[in-house]
Design a protein around this ligand. Structure first.
Ligand code: GTP
Length: 299
């Protein structure tokens, strides 16, 4: 359910808007600009309805604050004005508001404007999700990896927790495309993506398609013995799936080389260095013949 934050100093207005919207939206009400600004961060609303005329901090000031904060500037704001105030309407729209509604409220217009704006929010969220998804495998893509891996890294530093960073590369995939054709290659990538999602999902790892025939994952865990044992089985488990690859120099089926670096990150360390190291471990697995997992744990 989408959430809407109302900011209006008049209790009657809050009551009318709440009763109009509460059946379809989760509605939060605040009686001043200051209170509203605080609530935004805890509620993280999908839309804000903001009164302009309020004591102390007026709606324009609240709007400026919302639009200058990186965390809140994307939230659409519909502001509430009195009748016959075109200057206020222009000022609000120029400050970044999406739309306005007038008092006294015409219930149908309020509902229509809120519904239209929420429809745009829904579309935008859908596009954002698609932009972070790999269209072939439907795994999260490299952009999402960049956002989430850095986040996990900093979280692990704060919690003093271990992270396993993994890089997975399909062996001899050029030969696979050359033998079976690109369309079959696409199908194989989808199958391997599904396999990895199931296999690693079972130990709470998110898998991403990093690019081409390379996948990556990250796991936060302190159950290191169990984790290492589980990760060590990735290549063997895929071999048992037995997707034929007659021209592979590694085996007669599709195989992967995997590098896993387990580290308890420190504040002075960079994620990119740890990731590069995991990539090196993957290459070590490849040059040692492929179809294996190399795990290194920085004690
Ligand atoms: N079908 C298909 N092939 C892809 C896709 N993305 C990358 N590839 C192919 O993956 C192959 C990767 O080749 P290489 O980088 O030489 O790696 P490799 O043949 O797996 O060799 P090693 O990594 O050394 O085992 C290339 O032939 C790419 O065209 C894709 O989306 N679909």
């Amino acid at each position: 359910m989408f959430s809407i934050l109302l900011i209006d100093d008049e209790a009657d207005n809050l009551a009318i808007l709440t009763s109009l919207l509460k059946d379809e939206y989760r509605v939060f009400a605040s009686k001043s600009g200051e209170e509203g600004l605080e609530l935004i961060h805890t509620v993280n609303p999908d839309l804000i309805l903001l009164d302009i005329l309020m004591p102390n901090m007026d709606g324009f000031d609240v709007l400026k604050r919302i639009k200058s904060d990186e965390l809140t500037q994307a939230i659409p704001v519909i502001f509430i004005t009195g009748l016959q105030s075109p200057e206020d309407e222009e000022k609000g729209l120029r400050l970044g508001a999406t739309d306005y509604i007038q008092k006294p409220f015409h219930h149908g217009i309020v509902k229509a404007r809120v519904d239209n704006t929420i429809a745009l929010v829904r579309q935008t969220q859908l596009l954002e999700e698609l932009a972070l998804l790999d269209s072939l495998t439907e795994l999260p893509n490299r952009r999402k990896w960049r956002m989430e891996s850095e986040f996990a890294w900093h979280k692990a530093i704060n919690r003093s927790q271990n992270l396993a960073i993994g890089v997975i590369d399909i062996d001899c995939f050029k030969r696979f495309n050359d033998s079976y054709g690109h369309a079959e290659g696409d199908r194989a990538l989808k199958q391997i993506a599904r396999f990895l999602k199931n296999k690693l999902g079972a130990i709470d790892a998110d898998v991403y398609r990093y690019g081409g025939e390379e996948f990556v994952f990250i796991i936060e865990s302190d159950m290191l013995v169990a984790l290492k044992a589980e990760l060590a089985t990735i290549s063997q488990a895929l071999e048992q799936e037995a997707y034929p690859h007659d021209n592979s120099t590694v085996a007669k089926v599709l195989t992967v080389s995997v590098g896993v670096y387990i580290i308890k990150p420190q504040p002075f360390e960079e994620f990119s260095d740890a990731f590069d190291y995991a990539d090196k471990l993957m290459y070590r697995a490849k040059y040692d013949g492929g179809n294996q997992v190399v795990i290194e744990h920085k004690e």
